[in-house]
Structures are given as C-alpha cells and as structure tokens.
Design a protein around this ligand. Structure first.
Ligand code: GDP
Ligand code: MG
Length: 573
C-alpha cells in the first residue's frame, strides 16, 4: 500500500467509555467500504485487549499505552458524553501529546438520555485545552457517527513518513503466546522493510529469530510477503515466551542492523509481591508448572522459590499491581485446580544497613535486623483523583489517613475537582481504590504513577502465635501507626483463627517490645458433642463444613490458621 494511503491511529478513553465497542464498529465499517482508497490501521489501546491492565494497575498500563501511541500518528479521544473527562482520560491525553499525535475528540454514548455533549465539550476544552468545534457526536452502540470518524481520521491524521529506504526498525507494541505459532508479535514498521524469511534481531534483548509468518491483522490474520515503513503487522518466529518479545523492543535485520534502537524500552518491573503456598505440600511441583505456563504469556509475572519455616515450600511472586495478582491467583486456582494460601501483598522496600549496603526487601521478614538498619525507603506515587466536588472533603480525609501529602487541587468545572497527592504505594495497593469508590458513591476516578523512593520512619511489626514468630504475617509499617496496626491486627487474628484445644496467645511486637497482645480461649467442648443423639445427616453436614473450612488452613506449629488471617493486615485502616 502506498504510504500516503495509510492511517495509523489508536483509541484512548477512560475505562467503559466505549473503546472496544467503537473499535468493533470501525472495523465493520472499514471492511464494508467498497472503495478501498484507504487502509486504516486500528491499534486498539492495550487497556481494551488486556483486562488486567485497567482500573487498579494504572501506573503500569502507561508504558504499554505509550508504546501503542508511539506506533501511531493520531488518536481518537473517546469521552462518554454522559460522564465527562476522567482520570485515565487525562493520563492518556498527556501521553498522546508527548507523542505529538493528532487528537480527534469523539463524544460517545450520545444516545443515552443523560448525555450532555455540550457540557462535556466545554469540559474537554477547559481541562485539556483541545478545540472541540469539530468534535464528533457518536454512539458506538447504535453505529452513529462512525463514518464521520473515519472521514475525520483521513482528513486530519497525517500518513506515516516515507522511511522505506532506511535500515529496518519495527516497534513492538504487543505480544501474546499462541500454542501453535509461539509468541505472536505485533509491531509497527517505523523504517525500512521486513519480509517473510528474514533473519531478525530484537535490539534490546539481543535475541535472533527466523520469521516463519508475517501478516496483518484486519482484524483476522492475513499473511503477507512483506511489510513497509508505516505499516502495522504481526510476525511469528517460534519465540518461546512473551518475555523474549517485550513491548517497546525494536526489531531490526541481522544482516543490516539499524544503528540505534527506538526509544522507550522498559522492562516490566513488578511492584507488588506476595507468597503463594500450596495448602497441600504435594501440590508444590504442580504450582511450579502452572506458574511457568502462565509466564509464557505474561512477561510481568516473576517468581522464585521461597521456603518458610511456617509455611513450607512455595513461591515469592511479583506482580504489576493488585489486580494482576488477583487474576494470577484466580487462574492458578480455577484453571490449574490448586489450593493456595496467599500472604498479604507488599511493595518493594529498600533498606540501607549501617555498613552502607542497600538491600531490596520484597518480603517484610527479609528486612535486616533493627540494630543493623540505617534507613528504610518506600516507593511513592503521584495520585490524581477526579471527583464531583461534594466528595472532596471525604477524599482528602482518606488521602491523609493513608499518609498522603497534599500537592494540588483544582476545579475542572463548576462541579468537578481534581485532587493531587503524593502517597506511599503501600497505601494505594491495599484497598485504596475501593475506599475511594465507596466515599464517592462510585463517582471518583483515579490514576497514579510511580515517582521514586522516599526514606520514612518504618518499622517491622512481627506477629507471634502461640509463642512462635509467623513470618508471613509480619508487616513493614510507619512507626506512628505501628501501635494501632499491631492492636487491630491481633484483635482481627483472634476473630479469624478458630479455637484450638488449648489457649493460644497472639502478640504483635517491634523488635523485643510487645505492642499488643490477645489470646484465643481454649475450645470448651467437642464441636460434635452437641450432635450426639441427633440425626446423622446433620453430623455429616457439620463434618463436611469443617472439611471445606480446613481446605484453606495452614498448620502453623500446632495452630490451624485460615487464609483470611494472612490478609487481615489489609483490612486495617
Ligand atoms: P471500554 O472499556 O472503553 O472498552 O468500553 P466498552 O466498549 O467495553 O463499553 C463499556 C460499556 O458501555 C458497554 O456496556 C457498552 O455496551 C457501553 N457502550 C459503549 N458505547 C456505547 C454507546 O454509544 N451508547 C451506550 N448507550 N452504551 C455504550
Ligand atoms: Mg474494552
């Protein structure tokens, strides 16, 4: 295809504003356009392709989105006309501006009775500073405005520059694992040309491959012999796992390599860690197999064996965020039929010991002992919240409770406000998103990005059950909150751990100092005692219930601790 007939654009929007629905409509429409003057390449934003990259894992979604945007000359900014500009709308617009894209505003869902496109247009103009006089009114659901969008794309989005004569450089913006072809890599050719059979090199990983299949997704895979600068396509080359074909890497030819890779390559860094232990020790090899399989298609999933005196053999796993963690756990349990005990998620702390060495601490119990510690730092994020103004007070209170540092507040419009805070990532990855939603009746939206590490007065809170230290229950907390968290945690553990045949003391301690203690009284009677003489089916039911309850228990010494106890620290605020 002649370069002047190509248009590469992506769709950006806040979650649920209609990206996927609109993408489907555009594909249907371009497919039925008889006069094929134009080949529109639609790069759907990764946040519609990968469900786990939405809502909570915002910060992590951005590198991938930015690669998609770097592969385009323009984008559609889709805003729900019944809602308005939200936190992710803004974050995505900044990325589009950084990439010098032509931005076409689209007001979607105009069919809704609550739609107020004029108000939302004003909002986009005021907040983003984008001219909305040519904004398109659309209903992706009813197929309204679709042709106008395509016409506007052809008119306003520039065709790709003609860089065919240069050495090959293709930008990877997505990849997924296929059990027949190996990893399927999606890319945009920025310079030069690529042919089936070419021997290629991935510039950042240094890996070399023979291309076995080359094609375009429109949206079904159609094989082609070659792709030129400006075109978007896919390749397969018997690549074993997606970690070998990372988003942001540059593909070049082994024979005539480009001098420099395209910018923007970053390795996915896990930000949240937790321990995964099989309830039944026999399932350890199966858990390992399952994690290896998931990793084929998930470059961000990290894991290494972990042995704990309390928990036995398991894995320390790293995730992009909480949602990523939950999805992996869910798949391990549902698709691989594993019963797991998950320990509370923690961020990665950095500790400096008195000899000047820096230690990466992805598990609280790995913190060097207090007498050797010089300082502890924790990751911070810049959090941006957009909310109707009536919830501002309550949200500020929440941010302060979570050790937030106020940065800025601005009225976006008469009724909506944006709030900016710096706060520790550890406070965001607990239940911040849920708390925000409940305080704003679901109307506030948020977005955050990692800004760096900051030293804080942090301490290790140890938990002892029946006199024994339970490493997986330890937490790193701010000294000011340690007493309160300790008290609340032992109280919660007392409620969660079932009574045993003997009295079980529970203590929270900082170093040798006990800051809180409780005790679970001994079981008075056999639970089954009250069934004696009763009918047998009731007794069976009770036994069954106990067995089901047991499934998610871990025996720590002589005490059975249920799964919920390992998460108790998250519910304290
Ligand atoms: P995404 O998260 O941005 O990909 O949004 P989706 O395309 O998944 O749409 C979110 C929800 O909004 C779905 O229930 C859609 O059916 C609905 N939706 C999308 N476009 C429209 C529209 O134009 N009108 C109405 N009424 N609903 C829409
Ligand atoms: Mg979607």
């Amino acid at each position: 295809v002649a370069p002047d007939r190509v248009r590469n654009f992506s769709i950006i929007a806040h979650i649920d504003h209609g990206k996927s629905t609109l993408a489907d409509q555009l594909l249907i429409k371009t497919d039925t356009v008889e006069n094929r003057d134009m080949q529109a390449c639609l790069l759907a934003c990764p946040s519609c392709a990968l469900p786990w990259m939405t809502t909570q894992s915002h910060a992590l979604q951005l590198p991938a989105v930015s690669r998609s945007l770097a592969a385009c000359e323009g984008c559609l900014l889709v805003v729900d006309a019944s809602q308005g500009v939200e936190a992710q709308t803004l974050a995505n617009v900044y990325l589009a501006l950084e990439n010098d894209l032509e931005i076409i505003p689209v007001l979607n869902k105009i069919d809704l009775p609550g739609a107020d496109p004029e108000r939302v247009k004003r909002e986009i103009e005021e907040v983003i500073g984008l001219d909305c006089s040519h904004a398109i009114m659309a209903s992706a659901k009813q197929g309204l405005g679709i042709e106008e969008i395509l016409e506007e794309v052809v008119r306003r989005v520039p065709p790709p520059a003609d860089n065919r004569g240069k050495p090959l450089r293709a930008l990877i913006f997505d990849s997924y694992y296929d059990s027949y072809k190996g990893v399927v890599v999606q890319f945009r050719v920025m310079d030069g040309e690529l042919r089936r059979g070419d021997l290629v090199k991935f510039m950042n990983t240094g890996c070399e491959y023979d291309i076995t299949e080359l094609g375009v997704l429109s949206p079904k895979a159609v094989e082609v012999d070659s792709l030129y600068a400006g075109e978007v396509g896919y390749l397969a080359a018997s690549i074993k796992q997606v970690a070998d074909a990372r988003v942001g890497d540059t593909v070049t030819l082994k024979k005539q390599p480009a001098a420099e890779a395209l910018g923007g390559y970053t390795e996915a860094q896990p930000m949240v860690f937790c321990g995964l232990f099989p309830t039944d020790a026999d399932q350890y090899p199966e858990l390992r197999e399952a994690l290896l399989k998931l990793q084929l298609n998930d470059a961000a999933l990290k894991f290494e064996p972990e042995v704990s005196s309390a928990m036995g053999f398991g894995f320390r796993c790293g995730f992009l965020g909480l949602l990523h963690m939950e999805i992996v756990q869910e798949r391990l349990e549902r698709e691989y039929d594993l019963d797991l005990i998950t320990t509370a998620p923690t961020v990665v702390f950095k500790a400096v010991t008195t000899d000047g060495t820096e230690h990466i601490v992805d598990c609280p119990s790995k913190l060097p002992p207090g007498n050797r510690l010089d300082s502890i730092s924790e990751p911070y994020v810049r959090l941006e919240v957009i909310t109707p103004k009536e919830y501002v007070g309550s949200i500020m209170e929440l941010a302060q409770q979570r050790r937030g540092e106020y940065v800025d507040m601005q009225y976006l419009t008469e009724t909506r406000t944006t709030l900016v805070y710096n706060l520790p990532l550890a406070e965001v990855v607990t239940d911040f998103f849920d708390a925000l939603k409940s305080r704003s009746r679901g109307y506030a939206s948020m977005e955050y990005a990692l800004t760096g590490y900051r030293e804080n007065d942090l301490v290790l809170l140890d938990i002892k059950i029946n006199g024994e230290m339970v490493e997986p229950l330890a937490a790193i907390v701010h000294r000011d909150n340690a007493y309160y968290v300790g008290k609340a945690l032992v109280k919660r553990l007392k409620e969660l751990i079932p009574r045993q045949q003997f009295k079980v003391p529970i203590q929270a301690a900082i170093g040798a100092r006990v800051v809180a203690s409780e005790a679970i009284p001994a079981l008075r009677k056999d639970v089954l005692a009250k069934c004696y003489g009763g009918d047998i089916s009731r007794k069976k039911k009770l036994l069954k219930k106990q067995a089901a309850g047991k499934k998610r228990m871990k025996s720590l010494g002589k005490v059975d601790v249920p799964q919920e106890a390992f998460m108790a620290v998250l519910q304290i605020n």
